[in-house]
Design a protein. Structure first.
Length: 70
């Protein structure tokens, strides 16, 4: 399952690591846009398989941020 960005912004902080178990609703990445911090949450529980972005990267709406395996 892919977790995607819901807006354009810079990746300010990644709050999980590959191999971490996450639950539905848990914040996994914090984006920064127009001096606001916007959390991106997991839609379901799973294990972080791959983190696609790095802190400081720019993402657009719909870009894949990380992959979860269930």
């Amino acid at each position: 399952m892919n977790i995607t960005s819901n807006m354009a912004g810079n990746v300010w902080k990644i709050t999980v690591a590959e191999g971490d178990k996450v639950s539905a609703g848990q914040d996994v990445v914090i984006l920064e846009s127009m001096k606001m911090e916007i959390p991106i949450s997991a839609d379901s529980e799973g294990e972080v398989e791959e983190i696609i972005v790095s802190e400081g990267d720019f993402v657009s709406d719909g870009d894949v941020i990380l992959k979860l395996k269930q």
